[in-house]
Design a protein around this ligand. Structure first.
Ligand code: CAA
Length: 281
């Protein structure tokens, strides 16, 4: 089986890493060769760490890396059985990409989007074959988080839906099946919850450190909400919250002003070196 991944940012590179580790030939597409090289470096780094920690054999790491092809040409995805899109979270570029993939990929290939809060149905409607379009929503960091939501639209075929589910299993994930509704399952719950956490920062005049300690030690979270927002990216969260607010009009879905201000200031979390916390690496 050959898999394509379009967009090799944090999520796309993580998804590609999973495919490579599962023994699948993987074609990763980025808009420039430099971005493709950066993603390759990221994947090599995490696989090397696994070798250093005794979680992966050296030969297996080299074989996984050798299964990766990076390209800037969408046409190179023509031979893939399933393509996963992980580009920018904007409906316009996603619809354009799916229309293009629909022309390039043979009719039996499955087209999956990793969107976290946009409508899979709206993305699928840009193609001439919406039956083959599904959602495969991974969680950040994709190589570590066990869940993948397999999302079907009204028009997804059973074959495409089950092929995506089977790939989720092959990647060692715990797939769950759901329908295309705003935020699917986890984000429908997690986004308003994270928004509430940020509102509590101001209401209770608690520091990010103490809020994180509260949720880790009082609610058993593996990571505090401020740490998690810095990991996911403030911009990614704000986009997703806005999309849910647009779709559902529930006030708790709207991103809190504090997060919007951070986004505008470019304090996006780990990727910019600072969000709620400062990062040196
Ligand atoms: N890709 C690949 N490997 C990675 C990685 C990445 N992005 N990030 C870390 N790793 C590897 C590193 O090699 C690291 O080891 P070193 O530091 O030694 O190099 C290793 O993973 C860390 O593994 P650990 O087992 O030590 O990590 P941990 O026990 O601290 O757990 C965690 C980390 C899984 C992230 C845990 O803190 C956790 O579960 N946090 C909650 C994350 C969460 O809720 N994610 C969902 C976000 S919401 C979302 O994604 C939805 C959306 O649509 C926006």
């Amino acid at each position: 089986m050959k898999v394509g991944v379009v967009g090799l940012g944090a999520m796309g590179a993580g998804i590609a890493q999973l495919c490579l580790e599962a023994g699948l030939e993987t074609v990763g597409r980025e808009v420039t060769a430099e971005l493709g090289d950066k993603a390759r470096g990221r994947i090599e780094h995490f696989l090397t760490r696994k070798v250093e920690k005794g979680q992966l054999e050296h030969e297996a790491r080299d074989a996984a890396v050798a299964r990766l092809t990076t390209t800037t040409e969408l046409g190179d995805l023509a031979g893939c059985d399933l393509v996963i899109e992980a580009i920018v979270e904007q409906i316009g570029p996603k619809r354009e990409l799916f229309a293009e993939l629909d022309r390039i990929c043979p009719p039996e290939a499955v087209l999956a989007t990793n969107t976290s809060a946009l409508s899979v149905t709206e993305i699928a409607a840009a193609t001439g074959g919406p039956e083959r379009v599904v959602g495969m929503h991974f969680f950040n960091p994709a190589p570590l988080m066990p869940l993948v939501e397999i999302v079907r639209t009204e028009r997804s075929s059973d074959e495409a839906f089950e092929a995506a589910y089977a790939l989720g299993e092959k990647l060692g994930k715990h797939p769950i099946r759901c329908h295309d509704t705003p935020g699917f399952v986890v984000n429908r719950v997690l986004i308003p919850l994270m928004n509430d956490c940020v509102r509590v920062l101001d209401e209770a005049r608690v520091t990010p450190e103490d809020l994180d300690a509260g949720m880790k030690h009082g609610a058993g979270w593996p990571m505090g909400p401020c740490e998690l927002l810095d990991l996911v990216g403030i911009d990614v969260h704000v986009h997703a919250a806005e999309a849910l607010w647009q779709a559902l009009r529930e006030p708790r879905m709207a991103p809190p002003p504090r997060l919007v201000a951070m986004q505008r200031a470019g304090m996006l979390g780990r990727k910019t070196g600072g969000g709620f916390y400062q990062y040196s690496d």
